[in-house]
Design a binder for this molecule. Structure first.
Ligand code: HEM
Length: 112
């Protein structure tokens, strides 16, 4: 029940965040290019926004796959293992993405 509710709430959050992302970064005068991304990611607020966006889409996608897969009796039998693996995969991708977003800034790029 909770995961059913969170699937809907995460879908609403994704709609709002996707709208903000597309309107604020894909339309003139903010044509999407490397400078645009670099400028935006100088602001910690945008980093937090994108990390939250990533966390929510990962939750939504993996929870959705989990809900579909859990109709399958083989998955039901290994419920805890499949759920555990799903969480580990999600957390690894969240770590990789969040680490990349958080470290992506001008100072770090110029130091290379
Ligand atoms: C703005 C973006 C999105 C919105 C508004 C949205 C909306 C929804 C909604 C309302 C559901 C529940 C459907 C139902 O149970 O009848 C759902 C399920 C699901 N979503 Fe999304 N979604 C979005 C993006 C994504 C993305 C990017 C992925 C995968 C990368 C994804 C994967 C899934 C999966 C696997 C399910 C489960 C399908 C099922 O229960 O049959 N969604 N989504």
């Amino acid at each position: 029940m909770l995961s059913w509710l969170l699937q809907r709430l995460s879908a609403i959050a994704l709609l709002v965040m996707l709208f903000l992302h597309v309107t604020l970064s894909h339309f003139p005068p903010r044509d999407i290019d490397f400078d645009n991304v670099l400028t935006r990611l100088q602001y910690p607020g945008w980093k937090v926004f994108y990390i939250a966006f990533l966390a929510i889409v990962l939750y939504h996608a993996l929870n959705g796959v989990w809900q579909v897969a859990s109709d399958w009796s083989a998955v039901q039998r290994a419920r805890r293992i499949v759920l555990g693996v799903t969480w580990i995969v999600g957390l690894i991708f969240l770590y990789l993405g969040a680490e990349t977003i958080w470290r992506f800034d001008l100072v770090a790029l110029m130091a290379k």
